[in-house]
Design a protein around this ligand. Structure first.
Ligand code: PRX
Length: 632
């Protein structure tokens, strides 16, 4: 582990001068059944990236079995239920081993084989992590879908990767809500012919309909299965999982991560960024508040902490239930030392005032983390002062679903921090800024589009079933470079500050949503002729969704229409994508070639109408005045 700033600089230098030797040393710390023959083979034209070539191993042996001699009775997870007076659960590494193996054997008995895709649509309970690891144990590819997505969004993801089995629950608790998860799955499966079996973990006892040919109750089969399951031998470049994420065009794409590089990189970054004491006698406890349905949950709830042998909290609920002090209460209750959350949660908890923080000591905390969106300076200072009591370094970790692990971040207590700056690249990561034409912008105190010029082990390998899309989205804008889609500033000290997306992707409460996806959901409403969606600054969510919608002048009351449009978006994507503002318009600003001028729509939504640029070349310049006048 890197423990001084000087050492970081040395390691960084080594990692750039000889990346293969650098990663070789790190990868050797894991248990491999067969060593790799070549460390790296790559080109960004394909793209074709392979790490630890021909290495054979299983990630679960590294995440679980490897720790058993010393840590069998150590906590892997403490689960805090949604209900504040509910019973918590402690899962030791031995328990984790047994549960994962039992489920793995159950999946085998349901005819799941290496390479088969398994969809996991579950709330935040330990079984969701068991499910991911059970798939990995037998070489099945997991595709976790966030349990807040609608049945049609779930169906699209299941169809895209032809999942054979779905793992789910009867219901989910989120704050005061009791969500009938199984009903959503039933609806989705009406259009998913590939699914042979559904395994349902009974969690809420919500009544469910059973399809006797297809449905299996988890508790009826898993406890009886053997707790020994030999791990499938996997190649470094075998697929570990698919995770769907939004892009600037079309429907969500399945980002593919492979076993070897993902293992090495998530563990390395977890250890170095968070700097936990991982000795057997250590009381350090990690808590990442993300959902397992997102990449943060994959890399820093499931794989990273387990690979490193850490103890973590899994929380089922929401930060504001039963009140806005819940996070702080849980930190005191379990003496959490390392806390990793999203700026949107920090802003929401800041907004309700310090009365919810004051009852708690928070003196166990050593390190704070932030992820998912830019953290504004005010939220950073509030977090630093009121939660970290000015003694906990804040690691602002920049990364993406596609990057698999953290790429730019401070190392807690080791490298400098600066409010609202992700700061410096991890060893092995070679960022660069480019201008619109793809020319490198060198030197400091500059701003441009953020690219990465050299592969790192946990980078995206392909988009499932459509390699060309992977090439187009990430490797074609600036040939020879991985393009992140983010804008970025590099300050006088070479620290990086991510300024936000420069493409048509919005970041709503840290959730990535494509404008095209929301538009196509809105357009399914019968009265909608056309729509255009943009993000706008939102105090709590970071960005809100602003929709401009054309409807024929004869249609119904606009308030009713707005409600119906929101219902449509809920149905097609899920509540996370519902527009915050819907402005009904008679037209959209388009160029003569029919392209929507989003720049104008963005400015109006932001409330900045002072400089809309030259609108005279538009097909109908008058429409801009109408839009400005009608701004919500
Ligand atoms: O715009 C960046 C923003 O979130 C995007 C990636 O979203 P997703 O794939 O859902 O992964 C989120 C969790 C890793 C990025 O392109 N983003 C993420 N972390 C930060 C950030 N923006 C600024 N600062 C961050 N720390």
């Amino acid at each position: 582990m890197i423990t001084t700033f000087e050492q970081y600089k040395e390691e960084y230098k080594k990692s750039v001068e000889n990346p293969e030797a650098f990663w070789d040393t790190i990868a050797k710390q894991f248990t491999w059944k067969q060593p790799w023959t070549k460390t790296l083979d790559w080109n960004f034209e394909g793209p074709d990236v392979k790490w630890f070539i021909h290495g054979k191993f299983n990630i679960t042996e590294n995440a679980i079995d490897r720790h058993l001699p010393a840590k069998a009775n150590q906590t892997a997870f403490i689960w805090e239920p949604n209900a504040v007076d509910g019973t918590n659960r402690v899962i030791t590494y031995q328990n984790l081993h047994d549960e994962v193996c039992k489920l793995a054997n159950t999946l085998k008995s349901l005819n799941v084989k290496k390479g088969d895709r398994v969809c996991i649509y579950m709330p935040m309970i330990p079984e969701a992590v068991f499910a991911m690891l059970a798939c990995a144990r037998i070489g099945a590819v997991h595709s976790v879908v966030f349990a807040g997505f609608s049945s049609s969004a779930l169906a699209g993801r299941i169809q895209d990767s032809d999942c054979k089995v779905v793992l789910t629950t009867d219901g989910a608790y989120r704050g005061v809500k009791d969500i009938p998860i199984k009903t959503v799955v039933d609806e989705a499966l009406e259009t998913c012919a590939s699914v042979e079996k559904v395994v349902i973990y009974k969690h809420t006892n919500t009544p469910i309909t059973i399809n006797s040919e297809r449905d299996v109750i988890w508790q009826d089969v898993v406890p009886q299965a053997s707790s020994i399951c030999e791990a499938e031998l996997m190649d470094s470049e075998d697929i570990l999982f698919i995770l769907y994420t939004s892009g600037s065009t079309g429907k969500p794409k399945g980002v593919v991560h492979t076993c070897g590089g993902y293992m090495v990189y998530t563990c390395y970054t977890f250890q170095n960024v968070f700097q936990m004491n991982l000795n057997t006698t250590s009381k350090d406890l990690f808590w990442c508040t993300a959902d397992v349905g997102w990449i943060t949950g994959h890399s820093y709830i499931a794989y990273g902490p387990l690979l490193a042998g850490a103890s973590s909290v899994i929380f089922e609920g929401v930060p504001t239930f039963p009140d806005a002090g819940r996070f702080w209460k849980v930190i005191d209750k379990y003496q959490v030392t390392h806390f990793y959350t999203a700026p949107t949660a920090i802003r929401a908890l800041e907004a309700v005032g310090l009365d919810f923080v004051k009852p708690y000591k928070l003196d166990s905390l050593k390190v704070l983390g932030s992820v998912g969106e830019p953290i504004n300076e005010e939220a950073w200072q509030w977090y630093h002062k009121n939660i970290g009591k000015e003694k906990c370094p804040i690691v602002d970790t920049w990364w993406q679903t596609e990057t698999g692990g953290i790429l730019i971040s401070a190392l807690a207590g080791v490298t400098p921090t600066k409010p609202s700056f992700a700061t410096l690249p991890m060893p092995g990561v070679q960022p660069l800024l480019v201008d619109e034409k793809g020319n490198e912008i060198s030197g400091n105190n500059v701003e441009g589009n953020l690219c990465i010029k050299f592969p790192w082990p946990s980078m995206i390998r392909t988009t499932y079933g459509d390699h060309d899309r992977c090439k187009k989205e990430y490797f074609s804008t600036y040939p020879g470079l991985y393009f992140t889609g983010d804008g970025c500033r590099r300050d006088e000290n070479g620290f990086y500050r991510i300024t936000g997306r420069v493409d048509d992707v919005m970041n709503i409460s840290g959730h990535r949503i494509g404008t095209a996806e929301v538009e196509s959901a809105i357009n399914t409403h019968n009265d909608v002729v056309e729509s255009a969606v943009v993000g706008y600054p939102h105090d709590i969510k970071g960005q809100g969704i602003y929709a401009y919608v054309i409807v024929p002048s004869t249609t119904k009351d606009h308030d009713i229409l707005r409600k119906e449009i929101i219902a449509e978006v809920n149905k097609i994507i899920g509540p996370i994508a519902k527009p915050d503002k819907i402005q009904i318009v008679s037209g959209l600003p388009k160029t003569r070639s029919g392209k929507i001028m989003r720049r104008i729509l963005r400015k109006v939504a932001e409330g900045d109408v002072s400089n809309l640029g030259d609108t005279s070349t538009l097909l109908d310049p008058g429409i801009v005045d109408e839009i400005v006048k009608g701004k919500l």
